[in-house]
Design a protein around this ligand. Structure first.
Ligand code: SF4
Length: 418
């Protein structure tokens, strides 16, 4: 293992909550509906994050807890019942309804698991109800996906059929490309979780080999292990290096010769290396500070250092699962400083002291830092963009070179104007 410096920090945090993940989950599973049980603030957050759909009926909504609900649970249950009945009557196409908990529902201790159980009995054979928490208390936004997937695992039937299971939401076109490569390698039985329809959940068992596509799925992984699945240890498929090692790890688990992997992916690697060059010119030698938010930070740091030659000042991550991240940590340069958790004020002090060329951070911190003349990149963009795979390496680098390039242009213009 490389000699990485681990630190922990606690204090005030500045991150999006788990409700945000509804934005990509509802696009992934169009037959599902996400009903947030929360306040008007929750409704505003999800609506502004997902945008307003003009032509389609939305597949997310909020059962608003009013002040009187916060004082007594009876009203909250009534309101939830009313909203659910109305929704199911109006939207017969909904096959799975996620009841998503929030800070307010947690504060009043609304037991959504029991609510879901009762609704499952009432709507048996029509709609399935599952619940998870998207609350921002002690969680960060990508954990919403972890909670949603974990909630679906009990609905997955058992099977001992050998298969490769890709776990974590991917853009559909990226998923198709991955599946094509795996088929060329000789792995024919491949499924994804979450699937493209909530009713098409993969069957799982002791011959299911799980290959993670996202690093923020600790709870999901734990439950898949309990169901007997084997977790393939690999870095994540970001950049050329991570994706290559990811394919190699899968091939090893299916006893496929390494040479075959190289034969199939070399043309992709050659193309991706060429496409990376122009971004590397901008990123090389630039100093990077990653603040904790998405849990993708360690993989991004590895890519931006190893393939784009950026210098790492500090790599923040909201949570660190050393077991899931061990292959990534092994690839980091010696003396990388990883900080788990957040004390936002202390971290901002360190940002200012170290004077980085680029800071990866949440949207709430980006504007103030930009106002101080520090270039930023929103970490949330990484989960909304198709960044996985060898052929996406240049696009991933482009997300970071763009703000630096823009700054260079602005500086030149300012110099000319003066
Ligand atoms: S779940 Fe909590 S953090 Fe998220 S929008 Fe609602 S109140 Fe805010």
């Amino acid at each position: 293992m490389s000699k990485v410096e681990f630190n922990k920090e606690t204090g005030p945090r500045e991150v999006f909550c788990g409700l945000t993940s509804i934005v990509w989950l509802h696009r992934r599973m169009p037959d599902a509906f996400f009903l947030v049980v929360g306040s008007r603030t929750c409704a505003h957050l999800i609506q502004s994050a997902a945008g307003v759909m003009i032509f389609a009926e939305p597949r997310f909504g909020t059962a608003i807890l009013e002040e009187k609900d916060l004082a007594g649970l009876a009203d909250a249950h009534e309101e939830l019942d009313r909203v659910v009945n109305d929704l199911i009557a109006r939207r017969p196409e909904i096959k799975t309804l996620f009841l998503v908990g929030s800070c307010p529902s947690e504060v009043i201790k609304l037991d959504l698991a029991t609510v879901a159980e009762k609704l499952n009995k009432r709507f048996l054979g029509q709609v399935r109800f599952v619940n998870y928490s998207g609350s921002g208390i002690e969680t960060t936004f990508t954990q919403g996906e972890d909670g949603a997937l974990k909630a679906l695992i009990p609905l997955m039937e058992s099977s001992n059929e050998e298969k490769l299971l890709l776990v974590g939401t991917l853009a559909n076109n990226v998923e198709d490309r991955f599946k094509k490569i795996f088929k060329n390698l000789g792995i024919s039985n491949i499924e994804s979780f979450p699937p493209r329809q909530s009713t098409e959940l993969p069957k799982i068992g002791k011959n299911t080999k799980v290959l993670l596509t996202q690093p923020y799925l600790s709870d999901t992984v734990r439950d898949l292990k309990h169901r007997g699945c084997e977790i393939i240890s690999a870095p994540f498929p970001l950049g050329i290096e991570g994706s290559t090692k990811w394919f190699l790890a899968a091939a090893k688990a299916f006893k496929i010769n390494e040479l075959k992997v190289h034969e199939i992916i070399s043309p992709l690697i050659n193309r991706a290396k060429l496409a990376l060059e122009s971004h590397k010119e901008i990123l090389k030698g630039k100093r990077l500070f990653l603040l904790p938010e998405s849990q993708l930070e360690i993989s991004l740091a590895r890519f931006l250092h190893n393939e784009c030659e950026m210098d790492l000042i500090e790599v923040g991550t909201p949570y660190l699962n050393k077991d899931l991240m061990k292959e990534e940590i092994n690839l980091l340069p010696d003396n990388t400083k990883i900080v788990e958790g957040q004390h936002v004020e202390k971290q901002l002090d360190r940002v200012r002291e170290s004077n980085p060329d680029l800071v990866v951070c949440g949207m709430g911190l980006a504007n103030p830092l930009e106002a101080e003349g520090i270039s930023t990149k929103w970490s949330i963009e990484m989960v909304f963009s198709p960044i996985h795979g060898i052929d996406q390496a240049a696009d991933l680098a482009g997300l970071f070179s763009k703000p630096l390039r823009r700054n260079q242009i602005l500086t030149k213009k300012t110099l000319v104007t003066h």
